[in-house]
Write a protein that binds this ligand. Structure first.
Ligand code: FAD
Length: 152
């Protein structure tokens, strides 16, 4: 079956807390594993950037739910295209959490012509590469305690 990748950007709902973000990541890891979806979810300065890889039906079904989820707003599609192979290899949804984009500016400026973190300036493939780079820095977290520690 043909593999697809979908990349979107959104803004956290104003009342969303770090515990909610951790809950989304934990639930997503479990759900995505069942659906053979891989990917990565970046949360930084109230912005989400997510890549999802897998079958077209599984991605479409999930994206429909994500679009109407009240925990974020302004969900904007960046890319949805067929791919040859997965960029993210683990069977879960790794949450890449950075309290401030200053912490990944070094990586970010490789992909963007501006220093302000705004995924809408990036192409889908640039978003995917950025997410991969940030994951390789091993800054991904899956538990609320890690998120809280890193936000101090
Ligand atoms: P449940 O988790 O039981 O949710 C049932 C319903 O309640 C859904 O409509 C959900 O939107 C809503 N809901 C649940 N918790 C809350 C809450 N705290 N506040 C308000 N409404 C709530 N899901 C995945 O499976 N995989 C992903 O990769 C994924 N990525 C996401 C990324 C972002 C940025 C956001 C905001 C959500 C993401 N979700 C993801 C969640 C997705 O939108 C659905 O909520 C989820 O897929 C539904 O899972 P479920 O069927 O097990 O139902």
């Amino acid at each position: 079956m043909q593999l697809y990748r979908l990349v979107y950007y959104s803004e956290a709902a104003p009342e969303l807390g770090l515990d909610d973000v951790a809950h989304i990541a934990e639930k997503s890891s479990k759900n995505n594993q069942r659906r053979c979806l891989t990917g990565s979810l970046l949360y930084c300065e109230g912005k989400f950037l997510q890549a999802l890889e897998g079958g077209i039906r599984q991605i479409n079904n999930l994206y429909r739910k994500i679009m109407i989820d009240p925990r974020h707003i302004n969900v904007s599609l960046i890319e949805f295209s067929p791919i040859q192979k997965r960029a993210f290899e683990t069977w879960d949804m790794s949450l890449v959490f950075f309290p401030s984009s200053q912490e990944f500016l070094e990586e970010y400026i490789k992909y963007s012509h501006v220093t302000e973190f705004d995924p809408m300036y990036l192409s889908g493939s640039a978003c995917t590469e950025l997410l991969k780079d940030l994951l390789q820095k091993r800054r991904h977290v899956t538990h609320l305690a890690d998120i809280q520690r890193r936000s101090i």
